[in-house]
Design a protein around this ligand. Sequence first.
Ligand code: AMP
Length: 171
Amino acid sequence: MEDLKSIIRDVPDFPKKGIIFKDITTLLADAKSFQRMVDLLAHRYVGLKIDKVVGVEARGFIIGAALAYKLGAGVVLVRKPGKLPSETFSKTYDLEYGTDTLEIHKDAIVKGERILIADDVLATGGTMSAVVDMVTSLGGEIVECCFMAELNFLGGRQKLPQGKVFSLLTF
Ligand code: AMP
């Protein structure tokens, strides 16, 4: 795993001073690393009857779509406001400063479907926690929330359902 970790680029002071941004585009751009990352994550869910993988805008789309393809599951998009064309369910959640809103199509999940949620980085957990609420509100059964990488020191997993969080890489 160390080789996968080392290919993720640290960008200091982005998007603002004091934040070390984990830039996963360097991993995505490396053919072998991208394939390995997707294979390792997908392997965990083979045989678990995942109906749909929910990807969180925007980097979660890339991981979510690749996982869904491998698992023979559908892909569901969670997007920023105003992007989804049909009737949406939306959730507003707190950020460090201010709030943010995410949307999902109301009919994207059928009650009882087994759902895997995917995103690139687990930081404070605010975003994933909002997505968990949205999926649960639509009746989806969350199998797990999975991430390419987790920033352990921020304790984001405390905000998520216990025992239902998996990160391939931890920092
Ligand atoms: P959070 O809600 O704090 O868990 O962060 C949510 C989103 O922000 C994740 O989808 C990440 O893509 C992004 N993010 C937050 N902090 C970082 C970081 N230090 N490096 C890379 N991405 C981050």
